[in-house]
Design a protein around this ligand. Structure first.
Ligand code: MRU
Length: 380
């Protein structure tokens, strides 16, 4: 089988991120040397997907910090601590909805604060930060593999057949994480064990993470799959009663289980309920935000109207040379139309069958409309 794709490479203290704006036509890694590079990669969507955003932010500070330290920029532990504090605050301004970035920044800051109590020089602080950031990269892949196996088991236990078809939305695979993926990790797991009959992915308008990225991952790994437009899912579920589950990722899960994820997720949950299909959210526990009590409190990023009224793609028949592919942006909507472009929506907990985390599957108590996530986490 083909190798799993990689979006983040951290090698010999250097950081490279796959420029996802060029996918699926060109594979090009951009070197990230500073926190400004990391912030721009996230803001410009070269790196996207909740876990990947957090890791690139963390590692961009690691490479910047190490380079400044090597150049003798810090004259004390306190000056390195101050730089880390300001940099984490800056990186948190890159995108607002996915909580993993804020969770990672909080954890890294607490680690540094604790080390600062006993640090004797700046190198103690720099080493502590870099090692904590690098650990996050490795942990994410491990967590995703666990999500994959827990989710695959749940689907098979709750389906009538030992071979299942599933549908996914947006991109939650190797490109959106440090590797393997969350919802797409479940599909990978089902495929690996021979339990996957077919995977369907949505285009995921307007940014097309489904057609550009998920379809690319599925084709790359030769997973049996079909692309559908977002508007076709209800018709597909009616026509194909063998689809057992819709599996999606999450950008932020509130304490009651309400889940913010890519725009279009909510309507998929409604149609899943109508058709009696499992609706599964797959996310690491770093996507859970206990400070957010319910979905209505989640800040939803609104993006430029150009993403809706225009389409950018590779010119058909255009020749790829090096890192360049002839691309063209065309206007598809009437000039002057008003546009609303929320990047995410919130699916209420009552439409979600379960939340699959690396620590296990969270289900609702009998008859409950919401999840009791604090109780689940307290038992770990
Ligand atoms: O706007 P994006 O491309 O960063 O949004 C990505 C999504 O919404 C994913 O579905 C989500 O982050 C889950 S990632 C494993």
């Amino acid at each position: 089988m083909a190798q799993t794709l990689e979006a983040i490479k951290y090698e010999n203290g250097e950081l490279y991120v796959l420029n996802q704006l060029l996918l699926p036509h060109v594979t090009h890694f951009d070197k990230v040397c500073t926190i400004q590079d990391g912030h721009a990669a996230i803001k410009e969507m070269k790196t996207r997907g909740a876990p990947a955003i957090a890791i690139v932010a963390a590692l961009s500070l690691a490479v910047d910090l190490r380079s400044r330290s090597n150049q003798g920029e810090f004259d004390s532990a306190a000056s390195a601590v101050e730089f880390i504090r300001n940099s984490l605050e800056y990186l948190k301004t890159s995108r607002p909805t996915a909580v993993n970035l804020f969770d990672a920044a909080g954890k890294l800051w607490r680690t540094v604060e604790q080390r600062a109590q006993t640090a004797t020089n700046q190198l103690d602080i720099v080493d502590t930060y870099v090692s904590a950031a690098v650990t996050m990269l490795a942990e994410d892949v491990k967590d995703n593999k666990n999500i994959g196996s827990h989710g695959a088991k749940f689907i098979l236990e709750n389906s009538k057949s030992s071979e299942v078809s599933v549908l996914t939305h947006c991109n939650t695979g190797s490109l959106a994480t440090a590797g393997w993926g969350t919802a797409l990790g479940i599909i990978r797991d089902l495929n690996k064990t021979g339990a996957l009959k077919h995977a369907y992915c949505t285009e995921t308008r307007p940014y097309n993470q489904g057609s550009r990225l998920t379809a690319y991952e599925l084709v790359y790994e030769q997973i049996p799959s079909t692309l559908v437009c977002d508007s076709m899912v209800s018709a597909l579920l009616r026509q194909n009663p063998n689809i057992s589950a819709i599996v999606v990722g999450a950008d932020r899960v509130a304490a009651n289980g309400d889940t913010a994820n890519k725009i279009g997720t909510y309507q998929l949950a409604i149609t899943a309920k109508y058709h009696g299909v499992l609706f599964i959210v797959a996310a690491p526990t770093t996507s859970i935000d206990l400070n957010t009590k319910r979905g209505a409190d989640i800040v939803i990023e609104e993006r430029p109207s150009a993403e809706v009224v225009q389409v950018t793609g590779a010119v058909v028949g255009g020749e790829v040379t090096g890192n360049e592919v002839p691309r063209q942006t065309v206007q598809v909507a009437a000039n002057g139309i008003n546009v609303w472009n929320p990047s995410f929506d919130v699916t209420p907990a009552n439409l979600i069958s379960c939340i699959v985390t690396e620590k296990g599957v969270i289900v609702k108590k009998d008859g409950a409309e919401e999840f009791d996530i604090p109780s689940f986490l307290s038992t770990l």
